[in-house]
Design a protein around this ligand. Structure first.
Ligand SMILES: O=C(O)CCC(=O)C(=O)O
Ligand SMILES: [Fe+2]
Length: 339
């Protein structure tokens, strides 16, 4: 391959060092735009182009290894900038490294804006409790982005500096928050998508925070997972290709006695690296599960095409208006192309 083309390819798929056209500032983008185009359209076009190139390139082993080397280099480079953690917070990082999951509570997590978060949830939950499913295969109802926009405390909670410190230590890289979902998982027999076993594929490591807003027992639709060490064995045994796995298939590799359920009362917090452990939401048989989910990856995720922001660009502009530079970076990245 011609070396300049090769270089261009490398810079595009390189998740960390993108010295390419995608680093153009908003200002430059605006200047090059035909007048009738809105900034957003141009972004979305570039985003789709970049996504397509990355997706196609990563099918080749050669580009996979370039991407892996760039990732390791970025991790080494960022090591000196990792924020220091208390022993309690370090225990979270260690548990995620070992097991892939850490279960705690809002109380133990000691995030200062938790009362604001809970107050906001109390306002929104009654609204999503009264919505009926649109069809009999629906298993989850989400609060809409405009409902969440009325209570920015929920979005802000996920960007508390204490959390960002823990997340960055686990990812070993600067992070980006892809969204917050306030959801009601319905009591029914539906077993599809995230109710089946899978690994999330957005990034090499992921950080997901799930806060239960009601008591969740074994029949109440708990988050379930296969511990990290068994996940890698299972992945090899199944020649896993990121599809969804049913119970019967999983049982052939990992007996159900090894499947772990995260149970707990309202206020329980499940922290999981959903890229490193097989997991699913078990179907709820007795009561709906109410929960908030926050999703994080590194700022240059391995598969940006699977990262979707829950909020629109306009909504994010409003939500981030009064936030610190660090928090803004954890929403937008260093430029705004992920959205
Ligand atoms: O519903 C759950 O507990 C798990 C959902 C899931 O797979 C995810 O958020 O990645
Ligand atoms: Fe998942």
């Amino acid at each position: 391959m011609n070396s300049s083309i090769l270089k261009q390819f490398q810079s595009i798929i390189d998740p960390i060092h993108t010295s390419n056209l995608f680093e153009l500032s908003d200002q430059k983008l605006m200047i090059r735009l035909p007048k009738q185009w809105k900034q957003y359209h141009y972004w979305s076009l570039l985003k789709r182009l970049r996504t397509r190139i990355i997706k196609e390139s990563l099918r080749f082993r050669y580009f996979q290894s370039i991407s892996q080397v760039a990732y390791q280099k970025a991790v080494r480079k960022y090591a000196a900038n990792l924020p220091p953690l208390s022993a309690a917070d370090m225990a979270i990082v260690d548990a995620l490294d070992r097991e892939g999951v850490f279960v705690t509570s809002l109380e133990q997590l000691e995030i200062s804006s938790t009362p604001l978060l809970l107050n906001a949830c109390q306002h929104i939950l009654p609204k999503i409790k009264t919505i009926s499913p649109k069809h009999n295969q629906q298993y989850v109802i989400h609060a809409t982005s405009s409902q969440l926009m009325e209570y920015p405390e929920i979005f802000n909670w996920g960007l508390e500096e204490k959390l960002l410190d823990i997340i960055e230590n686990y990812l070993s890289l600067p992070t980006i928050c892809h969204g917050v979902y306030l959801r009601r998982d319905l009591t029914n027999q539906v077993q599809k998508k995230s109710r089946l076993w899978h690994l999330d594929r957005e990034d090499r490591r992921m950080f997901k925070i799930i806060i239960y807003l009601n008591d969740v027992n074994e029949e109440g639709g708990p988050f379930q997972y296969i511990p990290k060490s068994l996940t890698s064995i299972t992945s090899r045994a199944l020649k896993y290709d990121y599809s969804y796995i049913d119970d019967k298939t999983m049982e052939q590799v990992v007996p159900s006695s090894e499947w772990k359920s995260c149970l707990g009362s309202a206020g329980t917090v499940v922290i999981a690296d959903t890229a490193s452990i097989f997991h699913r939401g078990k179907k709820s048989l007795v009561s709906d599960r109410l929960a908030i989910f926050f999703d994080y990856t590194s700022r240059r995720p391995k598969h940006p095409h699977y990262c979707k922001s829950f909020f629109s660009v306009d909504e994010l502009n409003i939500l981030t208006h009064n936030l610190s530079q660090r928090q803004n970076d954890c929403v937008w990245g260093n430029q705004r192309l992920l959205f």
